[in-house]
Design a protein around this ligand. Sequence first.
Ligand code: ZN
Length: 176
Amino acid sequence: MSHVIRVFGDPVLRQRAAEVDDIDGTLARLADDMLVTMYEAPGLGLAAPQVGVQKRLFVYDLQDDTGAHVIVNPTIVEARGEWLHEEGCLSVPGLAFEIVRPKEVHVTGWDIDGKELSIDGDEMLARLLQHEIDHLDGILLLERLDPDQRKQALRELRNRDPELGGRGPTASANRL
Ligand code: ZN
């Protein structure tokens, strides 16, 4: 079952999501639904608050040979370097921005079977992990923009026809 993706302006995107206490069948079903929603969008990653659920988990698939992943209660334990890359968000449809973030991160957490995870991400994986963990902290990529980029983005969001949603010219950018 797919969910409706919440977009900019929805207060659920601005709240810190709660730690998951139990990794159980209900959570596994939620993760499956989030993957369906992500593939339909389509996007490379999706965090629970983006479907209105205030829990600390996200799903992703970088379309490499490692397939679909679920991470529960993730923590960034180390971040290194700088990388400028174009970044988009399923909750800010149609827009993409050049954003600097650390190039490498080390993230720990749990998978959907309750096994501990330790992930070293570089470039696109590092970008995705940081973007999704931001969602769990109630932070949208708009808050990672410099003041000029941000002003322009807010102007575009205000003037846009909501019906056009993700069909803007930059809709194919990396959507996280
Ligand atoms: Zn996003």
